[in-house]
Ligand binder design. Structure first.
Ligand code: AMP
Length: 417
C-alpha cells in the first residue's frame, strides 16, 4: 500500500474524499470547523508537492435529492481560508469533468454534495425492502453506483480517502471509487492513517494489561463491541446506564434506572464468557442515584444492588471509582467508549470526569489510551483532557464498528484487507 508521506503529488490531480459534514446555523455559518481543520494536512501535502486538489464530501442527509440548505458551496470560503488560496466550486459533482480537466496544478476544486445523488450511498430509492422488486432495484442501483464512482474517478490521477467518519460505509466515494485506481495511485490521507494506527494500537498491538471502559446508555448498541473486546482485554469496566441491565439480570433492585429487560440473558452470557476467558469484568458497586432525571434533583449514594424504588442511578459513586482507578492506573493500553454517568448534568458528571483524569494519569505513566465513539469524546473535551490522552478518535460510528472487529470498507478498499 502507498503511504501518503512517501507519495509525490507533483503534476498529479488528486481527488480527496474529505469529511466536510460540518454543522451549520440557520444562516449557513459554520458553527464548528474541526472537520475542515482535520483535513488540512492532507490537502496541504497535495498542494505543497505541486499537485491539484479535487475535494469531495457529503453534508447532512439530502437523501439523493438536491437541497440548497446542504450545499457545500456554503463552505467554499472556509476551505479557501484554511488553505489560504482560492477554491473553485463545481455545482454538480457528477458533471464536473470539464472543471476538473481545466484545473491547473496548485488549484483547488470543491465538488457539490455527493449525497445529492442516490448513487453515492447506493440504496435503491422509493422501494421498500419487502417489495418483490427490491432485489432487482438493488442490483440496478449497484450498477449505477459503479458508474457514478467511475465518473468521479475520471476527474483525477490519484485517489485519497481522508474521511474516517464514513469509512464504515461502502459508498461510491468512500470505497467503490478505489476500484478505478491502480494499487500505487490510491492511499489513506493523514487523518485516516492516524485513526487506523490508533485502532491497530489497541486491537492488534495492545500492551497488557489492556483495559476497556465501556459506558453510555444502552447495552444493545454496544453488544458487538463488548463481545469482540472479551477476546482481547484483561479488564472490562462496564459503567453508565448500560451497567444496570447487568445488575438487574443478577437479581439486583435497580429502582427506576435505565435498563433493557430483553438483554438480561445476554448480560448473563457476557458475565459467564468473561469468567470463562479470564477477563476481569468490573461493574459498579455503588451509584449516585437521583429522584428525577434532572440536574438539580435530590441525590443519594446507594449500593448498586439496592437502589430504592423511585430512584435512578445516574453517576458512578466513589466506591466504584476507587476500584476503577486501580485498574486504569495499572493498565498499559486503555480504550474508553461512553460516559459512566449522565455527564451532561454537572451534578452527575463527577464519575465521568474522574475516569477522564485516571485515563490521563495512566497515559502520563506510559499507557496508550484511545478515546473514541461519540459521547466519551465530548466528555474528555468537557473536562479539558483531550490533549492528555494518546488519541481521540473523530469517527463515532466508524470507530465503534472497528472496535466490533468489523472490516471498514473505506479502509479495505485501499489496503485490500
Ligand atoms: P452512548 O451514546 O450509548 O455512549 O450513551 C451516552 C449517553 O449515556 C449520555 O448521553 C449519558 O447521559 C447517558 N448515560 C450514561 N450513564 C447514564 C445513566 N446512569 N442513566 C442514564 N443515562 C446515562
Amino acid at each position: 500500500m502507498v503511504n501518503i508521506n512517501d507519495f509525490n503529488f507533483a503534476g498529479k490531480k488528486a481527488i480527496v474524499r474529505v469529511d466536510f459534514n460540518v454543522p451549520l446555523d440557520e444562516k449557513g455559518n459554520i458553527t464548528d470547523d474541526t472537520r475542515i481543520r482535520g483535513a488540512v494536512p492532507t490537502m496541504k501535502k497535495v498542494l505543497a508537492d505541486g499537485g491539484a486538489l479535487i475535494l469531495m464530501s457529503h453534508m447532512g442527509k439530502p437523501k439523493g435529492k438536491v437541497n440548497p440548505k446542504l450545499s457545500l458551496g456554503q463552505i467554499a470560503n472556509a476551505v479557501a481560508a484554511a488553505l489560504d488560496r482560492p477554491v473553485k466550486f463545481a455545482p454538480d459533482c457528477a458533471k464536473a469533468g470539464d472543471a476538473a480537466s481545466k484545473l491547473q496544478m496548485g488549484e483547488v476544486l470543491l465538488l457539490e454534495n455527493l449525497r445529492f445523488y442516490p448513487e453515492e450511498e447506493g440504496k435503491p430509492v422509493g422501494i421498500d425492502k419487502t417489495d418483490p422488486g427490491y432485489d432487482v432495484a438493488k442490483k440496478r442501483m449497484k450498477e449505477s453506483q459503479a458508474e457514478f464512482a467511475k465518473t468521479l474517478a475520471s476527474y483525477a490521477d490519484v485517489y485519497v480517502n481522508d474521511a474516517f467518519g464514513t469509512a464504515h460505509r461502502r459508498h461510491a466515494s468512500t470505497a467503490v471509487i478505489a476500484d478505478y485506481f491502480d494499487e500505487n495511485c490510491k492511499m489513506l490521507g493523514y487523518l485516516m492513517e492516524k485513526e487506523v494506527v490508533a485502532i491497530d494500537n489497541v486491537l492488534k498491538n495492545a500492551q497488557h494489561p489492556f483495559t476497556a471502559i465501556i459506558g453510555g446508555s444502552k447495552v444493545s448498541t454496544k453488544l458487538g463491541v463488548i463481545k469482540n473486546l472479551l477476546d482481547k482485554v484483561d479488564n472490562l469496566i462496564i459503567g453508565g446506564g448500560m451497567g444496570f441491565t447487568f445488575i438487574k439480570a443478577q437479581g439486583g433492585s435497580i429502582g427506576e434506572s435505565l435498563h433493557e429487560d430483553e438483554l438480561m440473558p445476554e448480560a448473563l452470557n457476557i458475565l459467564q464468557a468473561a469468567k470463562d476467558k479470564g477477563v476481569n469484568l468490573s461493574l459498579s458497586v455503588a451509584t449516585v442515584a437521583g429522584k428525577e432525571f434532572s440536574n438539580d434533583t435530590e441525590r443519594q449514594v446507594v449500593d448498586i444492588f439496592h437502589i430504592p424504588d423511585g430512584w435512578e442511578g445516574m453517576d458512578a459513586a466513589p466506591a466504584s471509582l476507587e476500584n476503577w482507578k486501580k485498574i486504569i492506573l495499572d493498565s498499559k493500553t486503555i480504550l474508553w467508549n461512553g460516559p459512566v454517568g449522565v455527564f451532561e448534568f454537572d451534578n452527575f458528571a463527577h464519575g465521568t470526569g474522574e475516569i477522564a483524569k485516571y485515563v490521563a494519569e495512566a497515559t502520563k505513566k506510559g499507557a496508550y489510551s484511545l478515546v473514541g465513539g461519540g459521547d466519551s469524546v465530548a466528555a474528555v473535551n468537557k473536562f479539558g483532557l483531550a490533549d492528555q490522552v494518546s488519541y481521540v478518535s473523530t469517527g463515532g460510528g466508524a470507530m465503534l464498528e472497528a472496535i466490533e472487529g468489523k472490516v471498514l470498507p473505506g479502509v479495505a478498499a485501499i489496503k485490500g484487507e
